[in-house]
Design a protein around this ligand. Structure first.
Ligand code: NAD
Ligand code: ZN
Ligand code: ZN
Length: 340
C-alpha cells in the first residue's frame, strides 16, 4: 500500500510502498477512501509543538474508508462498513476524564497520525471502539473534514455555550473556520467572521456570516466592540496576534476559546481587563465520539456544507504549501478512491 511518510521534521513527505498493516486485538484495518489535510498535520510534520511525534510516521486524522479486516474481539463493526478515524485514536476508558465525558482529556490517549500512523495512506489501522461509523447519506469526501475540522469547531461552540442572542466571532475561516461559521449559525448566533484573504471572507459570507472583518484593514477588537463585543470568540487562525485581537473584542463576561495551535504560541492576556470584564480564556481540544456522531447527524440532515478540493495523495507536499499560503478553498481532501 502507498503512504505519505514524514521521515524528518520540516523535510518533504516521502511517498512509500509499505506492507498492508495487520490489525491487532481490538483493531480494524480500513481501506482509506478520503483523507483530509488538517493544519495540525503540518504542525506534526514540522515538529512545531512541545510534545512531538517520532519520525518516521504517517500523518492524517481525517481518514475515512471501508472496514477491510477485523482484529480479534471486534464484534460491533462489519467488513465493508464505512468509518472515520479521528485524532482521538484511543483513550483508556477508565480515568476520571474518560468516565466523565471528557475522553479527549485522557492522559493515556493515542492520537492518530501523531502517536500512531494515520490516514495519509491507502490503508490504516484504527481501534474499533474509536472508529466512528459514517452514516448513510454522508459522502466520504465530506466526512473527512468533518472528522476533525467539524468535530473540533462543533465542540468549541459547545464549550463556549453559545446562545441564539449572542455575537460569536470566528477568527480564521479555513478548514475549521468554515464549519465553525455554520455551527454558530445553527446555534442561532449572530456571526462575525474574521480572516485575511478576500476568498475566505467571501466564503464566510456565503456560509451565512452576518458580518465579515478583514483583519488586514480593520482593528478587529474595535469592530467587534462597535457591535457590543463578542460573547464568544473562537480562535482558529494560526497566528498569535489574531488571538490577541479577538480577545480585545470580547464583551464583559465573554469567552475566548483557544483552538488553533501556532508553534510556541503564547499571548499576553491583560490581567486588569480580564478581571474587571470577567472574561475567560478556555482551551478546547477536538471532540468526543458523541460530538462526532452529532456532527455526522447534522450533515446527514443537510444542515452543513463541506467546502473542499480533492487531490491525489501524491500532491501532499504542494498541498501543504498551498495551505500555508492560504491557496485552498477551505480544506484539501486526498482522494484515495472514494466511491461516491
Ligand atoms: P487553515 O490553515 O485551514 O485555516 C487557518 C485560517 O486562518 C486561514 O483561512 C487563514 O487565512 C486564516 N488566518 C491567517 N492569519 C489570520 C489572521 N491574522 N486573522 C484571521 N485569520 C487569519 O487551518 P485549520 O486546519 O483550520 O487549523 C487551524 C488551527 O487549528 C491549526 O493550528 C490546527 O493545528 C488547529 N487545530 C486545533 C484543533 C484542536 O482540537 N484544538 C483541532 C484541529 C486543528
Ligand atoms: Zn482515560
Ligand atoms: Zn485536525
Amino acid at each position: 500500500m502507498k503512504a505519505a511518510v514524514v521521515r524528518a521534521f520540516g523535510a518533504p513527505l516521502v511517498i512509500e510502498e509499505r506492507p498492508d498493516p495487520e490489525p491487532g486485538p481490538g483493531q480494524i484495518r480500513v481501506r482509506v477512501e478520503a483523507s483530509g489535510l488538517c493544519h495540525t498535520d503540518i504542525h506534526a510534520a514540522h515538529g512545531d509543538w512541545p510534545v512531538k511525534p517520532n519520525p518516521p510516521f504517517v500523518p492524517g486524522h481525517e481518514g475515512v474508508g471501508l472496514v477491510e479486516r477485523l482484529g480479534d474481539g471486534v464484534t460491533h463493526l462489519t467488513v465493508g462498513q464505512r468509518v472515520a478515524v479521528p485524532w482521538l485514536g484511543k483513550a483508556c476508558g477508565r480515568c476520571e476524564h474518560c468516565l466523565s465525558g471528557w475522553e479527549t482529556l485522557c492522559e493515556r490517549q493515542i492520537n492518530t497520525g501523531y502517536g500512531c500512523d494515520g490516514g495519509y495512506a491507502e490503508k490504516m489501522l484504527a481501534w474499533a471502539d474509536f472508529a466512528q461509523p459514517v452514516p448513510q447519506g454522508v459522502d466520504p469526501v465530506d466526512a473527512a473534514p468533518l472528522t476533525c475540522a467539524g468535530v473540533t469547531t462543533y465542540k468549541a461552540l459547545k464549550v463556549a455555550d453559545v446562545r441564539p442572542t449572542q455575537l460569536v466571532a470566528i477568527s480564521g475561516v479555513g478548514g475549521l473556520g468554515h464549519l465553525a461559521v455554520q455551527y454558530a449559525k445553527i446555534a442561532g448566533a449572530t456571526v462575525a467572521a474574521i480572516d485575511v484573504t478576500d476568498e475566505k471572507l467571501e466564503l464566510a459570507a456565503e456560509l451565512g456570516a452576518d458580518l465579515v472583518i478583514d483583519a488586514r484593514k480593520h482593528d478587529v477588537g474595535e469592530v467587534l466592540k462597535r457591535y457590543g463585543g463578542a460573547h464568544a470568540a473562537i480562535a482558529l487562525a494560526v497566528n498569535e496576534d489574531a488571538f490577541t485581537a479577538v480577545n480585545s473584542g470580547l464583551r464583559r463576561g465573554g469567552k475566548l476559546v483557544m483552538v488553533a495551535l501556532p508553534a510556541q504560541g503564547t499571548i499576553q492576556v491583560p490581567i486588569f481587563d480580564t478581571v474587571l470584564n470577567g472574561t475567560s480564556v478556555i482551551g478546547s481540544i477536538v471532540g468526543t465520539r458523541q460530538d462526532l456522531a452529532e456532527v455526522f447527524q447534522l450533515h446527514a440532515a443537510g444542515r452543513t456544507k463541506v467546502i473542499c478540493e480533492t487531490r491525489p495523495l501524491d500532491s501532499v507536499n504542494e498541498s501543504i504549501d498551498d495551505v500555508l499560503h492560504g491557496h485552498v478553498p477551505a480544506r484539501i481532501v486526498f482522494d484515495l478512491g472514494a466511491q461516491r
